[in-house]
Design a protein around this ligand. Structure first.
Ligand code: HEC
Length: 132
């Protein structure tokens, strides 16, 4: 019993400790899957600050940011007035079907139907968009 509790505690600590949890996250299969899935976004979006202007807005620092706020990028009225704040949940809905979340947006992308694919991609975006 005591042994089981100790193992449970360790599991919880690992789960909630950002340092341990992200230590080698770039080696996880989800991260690698996310990196592959991001290939379909890469033509239009960078995840790190860049002087290169692509078709889509730069996604550096996107988590926690309000939609439509990248300086110098001309958004659709639909997205810039949407009041969305990007987090895992809002990104998940957006990436499933952008047109359903923000009708009239101009991102030419149909969506990713598979929930596990979206979760892996969001994990990758979360890590890479936070790098400086
Ligand atoms: C063909 C180009 C294109 C592709 C491919 C594309 N996007 Fe976009 N994306 C855009 C454009 C353009 C906008 C701005 C839409 C608007 O203003 O309505 C946008 C907006 C976004 C936003 C909102 C950014 C903000 O500043 O509010 C996110 C997040 C996003 N895209 C993520 C992705 C991800 C992840 C993928 C890959 C699954 C992807 N996009 C694929 C062009 C693209």
């Amino acid at each position: 019993m005591a042994f089981t509790m100790a193992r449970l505690l360790i599991a919880i600590l690992v789960a909630v400790s950002p340092g341990w949890a992200t230590a080698d996250v770039s080696q996880t299969s989800d991260y690698k899957r996310g990196r592959l899935l991001y290939i379909q976004c890469r033509a239009c979006h960078d995840l790190q600050p860049s002087p290169v202007e692509k078709v889509g807005p730069n996604l550096a620092g996107i988590m926690g940011q309000r939609a439509g706020q990248v300086q110098g990028f001309t958004y659709s009225a639909a997205l810039s007035s949407s009041k969305i704040v990007w987090d895992r949940a809002t990104l998940d809905r957006w990436l499933e079907k952008p047109g359903a979340v923000v009708p009239g947006n101009v991102m030419a992308f149909a969506g990713i139907p598979d929930a596990a694919d979206r979760a892996a991609l969001i994990q990758y975006i979360e890590i890479e968009s936070a790098r400086r």
